[in-house]
Design a protein around this ligand. Structure first.
Ligand SMILES: Cc1cc2nc3c(=O)[nH]c(=O)nc-3n(C[C@H](O)[C@H](O)[C@H](O)COP(=O)(O)OP(=O)(O)OC[C@H]3O[C@@H](n4cnc5c(N)ncnc54)[C@H](O)[C@@H]3O)c2cc1C
Length: 457
């Protein structure tokens, strides 16, 4: 049986980053993803913050990967044309005790190598963000940014495919056994042989670990619920507004998104479910109003929830579960930020174990996407003359054209659902949440990708 060099299990942001880094080297890479698309689990449902890096304890893997990951994310997002905005962030202190906490965070941040951190006075904070409640002080981190998390993962996965990797969707790994020179992975689409395996299965990474080794960490899935507000609320604040972190995590934030909406959340509850609850949302609303009293939650266009891959370990879980089988588990927050740094260290670990992986001389490092609504009228006219499909607006809320939906359908990892088109082209992201454009998107997707409309979810 043909043996690939590296099989990656899971294609959230962690698996996508690993595949992207590996495919730029001279090795064969196969990504096995249980869902019908990239970024279908935790990677599509989080706060979308590229954290500056003052929160993790100095000396930990989390601190190192956070700060390095934020730097790499900046380069990757620029090169791969992923929406990312450097908003900066503020941690608010409402009490003297919290001011002392800010000083600890400042100290930690400096040890972690986070640039530009400083504590603002009450007046400076109010001048920067006039809609905040009065505070005693705030920690300002100018390098914090917001990113479109699913577009980030998709861009890295697409780049991996452009550089020769294969991404196999709807392909859960159900078992693994050691074979001569590597591993045999069982999937409903047939067995796969690989010299090395990377376990990037998110909340399920513990189960994958236990396919090859005794249990060594406990996963404690932890749900976080959100409001996503209409763009009319998108400038209520301009930076990411945190409260002081506590044992439950980074607390409820209010932040602009990379798409210009306002995101409010999350809470933290130890359940493995993405359902929203009245109690969870009420808590989020109450906490958010503590920071931003006039946030208008009636402008909500969608609620959602994501599940953190918390474990009984303080740090990310990284290392060989068995010979040639690497765990990248417990990728809780700031896992989105950490992903490319985790990928860098994974490549180094695999190479130390015998994966000869010289860098490719020629590989694709950039990507450009048409975003019709961001073009000037002159640019729009020129584009429509060349390709009339860009002149037909399909999603009226977000001004997404048929041309952009065709681009999504023809991308290296084509979508197979209406939400798959949404994640690539942005149709259905707006106020009506796809009420008007879904039938048109379905028609185009069916025609372009040759899928029976009755098979499109
Ligand atoms: C509420 C919340 C807020 C957060 N906010 C932030 C933030 O602002 N900034 C930040 O840096 N981080 C944040 N995080 C953390 C971040 O979202 C995660 O660390 C990151 O998305 C984890 O990505 P992943 O690829 O490891 O996991 P996932 O995205 O869950 O991907 C794992 C993939 O593995 C697949 N899989 C599972 N089992 C198998 C199998 N047997 N075979 C094949 N495939 C399999 C799954 O289908 C899934 O696609 C937040 C998380 C949550 C829940």
């Amino acid at each position: 049986m043909h043996m690939v060099d590296v099989a990656v299990i899971g294609c959230g942001v962690t698996g996508a980053a690993v595949a992207c880094a590996l495919a730029r080297r001279d090795v064969s890479v196969l990504v096995l993803e249980a869902e019908n698309d990239v970024a279908m689990r935790t990677t599509k449902a989080n706060s979308g913050i590229l954290h500056a890096g003052y929160d993790p304890e100095p000396g930990t893997r989390m601190a190192k990967w956070n700060v390095r990951g934020a730097q790499l994310a900046k380069e990757l997002c620029e090169a791969l044309d992923v929406p990312r905005t450097e908003t900066g962030s503020l941690v608010l202190a409402f009490t003297d005790g919290e001011v002392r906490h800010l000083e600890q965070l400042l100290e930690r941040g400096r040890e972690n190598g986070v640039p530009g951190l400083r504590i603002l006075t009450a007046e400076e904070t109010a001048a920067m963000e006039p809609h905040l409640s009065p505070v005693k002080a705030a920690l300002y981190a100018p390098t914090a940014a917001v990113v479109s998390p699913w577009e980030y993962a998709l861009a890295m996965a697409e780049n991996a495919v452009e550089n020769g990797a294969e991404v196999r969707l709807s392909c859960p790994v159900t078992g693994a056994e050691p074979v001569d020179g590597g591993w045999l992975l069982h999937t409903p689409q047939g067995d796969v042989a690989a010299r090395f395996v990377v376990n990037a299965a998110g909340v399920h990474a513990g189960e994958v670990h236990e396919m090859v080794a005794p249990k060594s960490f406990e996963t404690i899935p932890c749900r976080g619920e959100y409001y996503l507000l209409d763009k009319s609320e998108g400038t209520r604040v301009h930076s990411v507004i945190f409260q002081c972190p506590n044992e439950l995590g980074k607390g409820v934030l209010v932040a602009p998104t990379a798409h210009g909406n306002l995101i409010v959340g999350p809470n933290a509850e130890d359940v493995d479910s993405t359902a929203n609850t009245a109690a969870g949302l009420a808590f989020v609303a109450e906490m958010a109003r503590k920071s931003v009293p006039d946030v208008d939650l009636r402008q909500n266009i969608r609620n959602f929830a994501g599940v953190r891959a918390n474990t009984d370990q303080k740090d990310f879980v990284f290392g060989f579960a068995a010979p040639g089988f690497v765990d990248l588990a417990g990728m809780k927050s700031p896992g989105l930020t950490a992903a490319p740094a985790a990928a860098e260290d994974t490549v180094a670990l695999l190479m130390s174990a015998g994966l000869g992986a010289p860098e490719k001389e020629n590989c694709v490092r950039t990507r450009r996407r048409v975003r019709f609504r961001e073009l000037s009228n002159e640019e729009r006219a020129a584009l429509v003359t060349k390709q009339p499909a860009y002149g037909r607006v399909v999603c009226r809320c977000e001004t997404v054209t048929e041309g952009e939906i065709l681009d999504a359908c023809r991308s290296p990892i084509p979508p197979c659902s209406i939400d798959g088109v949404k994640r690539r082209a942005g149709s259905g992201m707006g106020r009506c949440q796809g009420g008007f454009c879904s039938p048109r998107v379905l028609e185009i997707l069916s025609r372009e990708c040759g899928i029976d409309p009755l098979d499109i979810t």
